[in-house]
Design a protein around this ligand. Sequence first.
Ligand code: ADP
Ligand code: MG
Length: 610
Amino acid sequence: MPDKITLLPDNIANQIAAGEVIQRPASAIKELLENAVDAGATEIKLLINDAGKALIQVIDNGSGMSETDARMSFERHATSKIKSIEDLFHIRTMGFRGEALASIAAVAQVELKTKRAEDETGIYIEVENSAVKKQEPIAAPVGTSIAMKNLFFNVPARRNFLKSNAAEMRHIVDEFTRVAMSFPEILFTLTANNQQLFHLEAGSLKQRIVQLLGNNYNAKLVTVKEETDYMNIYGFVGKPETAKKTRGDQYFFVNNRFIKSPYLNHAVMSAYQEMIPTDSFPMYVLFIDLDPAVVDVNVHPTKQEIKFEDEKIIYAFVQAAVKHALAQFSVTPTLDFDLDASIQQLSSIQQPFTEERKSAASSGSIFKGFTQKHQAHFIEKSDKNELKHWRDFYESQETGVGRQESTLKSVDTLPTHDSRLQTDGELTQLLNTYITLPSANGFLLIHQQAAHERVLYELLKTASKDKPVATQRSMFPSTLELTPSDAAVMQEIIGDLQQLGYTIEPFGKNTFVIQGTPADVEAGNEKHIIDILLEQYKHFSNEVKFSKREKLIRSLARQQAIKTGVRLTEREMRQLVNDLFACEQSNATMDGNPTYLEFKQEQLEKMFGK
Ligand code: ADP
Ligand code: MG
């Protein structure tokens, strides 16, 4: 029998290793950008064609490489950043494993141009399948340009695995944003298919945040800054009013490296407790700096997860720092935030801070602790929760079961056009939220928002190519300027939106024109509606079980439904009730919450002991 074991050739070994480091265009981009940062560049340009599938090029004005280093850089475990295992515990650069360039050279056609300031000429190297194909001196500016073409050209299985251009582009913008966010002192540009998407001048962190996340955050950022011997934290958190329905704008960096940490995220969320609705996410961009020796960045190959020596201290520190920042900002109560009028009227919001509380909040050490209820921004639990309790009460009376099982089952639901239902009966609006409608044995309590959501959902569901929702062309089309990642989302849904009554046309560089909307959208409100729509669509985008169209329909229904707190005329109530009971499934919203509850007189009497 011959022996069976052979050593894998370098190119195959590198291809296998590349699987860990380079999953998609965005991961290669991250590595190349980080190398440019490590090289001390003050200007970094990223060029992309075909969402990185055809070309990714990073041009920097950093240190450049010598001829030997340039050749060496493509070897596996070739790094100038560590020499011993000891170094690993003190590393301050972004790279350290010496695997990125080797991996890239294994799965793409790479062209490197580089020149150091002290050298007469630069060097050009072409690599394919881990082998150098060409090497020659060239004239070049100081710095490095690395172009990688046809990613995964030699690994078809992985190339086929790549997502649509819109999806890959979203990953690219995410990575670019993370690196650009952590180095505001560096100028970054991103050009895709010859169109410049970002031009980020060097500046302060605040300027960078606004450049990347949008002007909405201007004047709505609260500074976080605490320093101790063990660690420092600095950055910004959004004022409570900027909290969104999606998790998007949340960034943690540890020693300038973007990380994902549900644990630290929780620390920030808890600092906001009761200042924002429970289902919304505050914006934050926070940098934690601490001795690299107490962090292990090596636990995850793409380095997004890290381990701290003492997580609990860091949690407490982050939470306290954010609380402190928010308390200082709410010393000046502002009532400008965009919440229901009913919330604005809560006494805790309206009451100004007393002098005493003011000084207590602003002088308090961050570890002293203070209660949020004393703050101007304290918001009572949303009325939705009250509704739930109320429902529990009703249901436990009826069925003897508690909250766990309290869903639709126990609610008496009436078939459509039930003769017992008097849709022409007297309608009353309660609390600007519910509509009562007499039934044969009692009355229905209809939730106006839930009911309208159901009506819109069914209406939109039946819209199709042949039968689109009627569009009303705007007299004054408004333009919509989106962030590049939102623009990518918009491209994804623009066709479906057309069928649903929204005519939106691309107008170059992240700009779109709203040409028409469904007839019932108020003029002047189009932009706002699309903004919220995008937010909600992104909110649903993690729900893999829904198709793109389903997500869109749900977003639209949710967003267009009349809200609680809105006073309805008799005619509007009648219309809503008729529409609701003409629905295929009138008793539940798309999420399975009831649209109405039935109260039977018999049960009510029992409850009164009669
Ligand atoms: P690592 O960053 O972990 O050291 P890489 O494979 O990313 O490994 O890079 C290998 C080496 O190539 C780096 O250590 C660095 O010396 C050199 N290098 C890579 N990119 C650049 C660049 N843009 N400018 C200067 N040197 C670079
Ligand atoms: Mg590197």
